[in-house]
Design a protein around this ligand. Structure first.
Ligand code: AMP
Length: 176
């Protein structure tokens, strides 16, 4: 976790939305954080600062809210950005992986030449069950990339999302 005033500032800008997108899900809405210049900058800077020591060569972001954080973190670290996308969005030859998540299941794709031989850190907004991030990691590993760790703005620790991510370092700015 980041220092207390920073945690408080970020936490103040996360909105809980009950029963979205399905009954029983408490959705963590990050749009107030994005709309606040100080909170958004702080989240990007904290992620970049804590990811830098892993010494990645490229940053992978998971569609769609992961892109919002992964792209500025990559830019701040002087690195490139690679999108992991939902099916049918990437134009070139793709590698595909299916995964389970808190409210359903899904499929992710990456361009087949995007992360070969790279040292990657994978970024998303929320770590819930870990299915999405684990699927993104498998995609990268299928291409011979080394997964160094993961970065999230927040994690829902009661869903044990760290378990499917193995022993890789997991950075999350807020934990619920
Ligand atoms: P999971 O694969 O279960 O770790 O789910 C992570 C993905 O689903 C992330 O891309 C999140 O954006 C989204 N997600 C899952 N649960 C929530 C939640 N309670 N609030 C906000 N986003 C969520």
């Amino acid at each position: 976790m980041v220092s207390d005033p920073a945690v408080e500032l970020l936490a103040r800008h996360i909105r809980d939305v009950p029963d979205f997108p399905k009954p029983g899900i408490l959705f963590k809405d990050i749009t107030p954080l994005l709309a606040d210049a100080t909170a958004f900058r702080l989240s990007v800077h904290q992620l970049a600062e804590r990811i830098a020591p892993l010494r990645p060569t490229i940053i992978v972001g998971v569609e769609s809210r992961g892109f919002i954080f992964a792209a500025p973190v990559a830019e701040r670290l002087g690195l490139g950005f690679v999108p992991v996308r939902k099916p049918g969005k990437l134009p070139y030859r793709r590698v595909t992986e299916s995964y389970d998540l808190e409210y359903g299941s899904g499929t992710l794709e990456i361009h087949e030449d995007a992360v070969q031989g790279e040292r990657v850190v994978i970024i998303d907004d929320v770590l819930a069950t870990g299915g999405t991030a684990a699927g993104a990691a498998r995609l990268c590993q299928k291409q011979g990339a080394e997964v160094l760790g993961f970065g999230f703005v927040l994690e829902l620790s009661f869903l044990n999302g760290r378990r499917p991510l193995g022993s890789h370092p997991i950075i999350s700015l807020l934990s619920y």
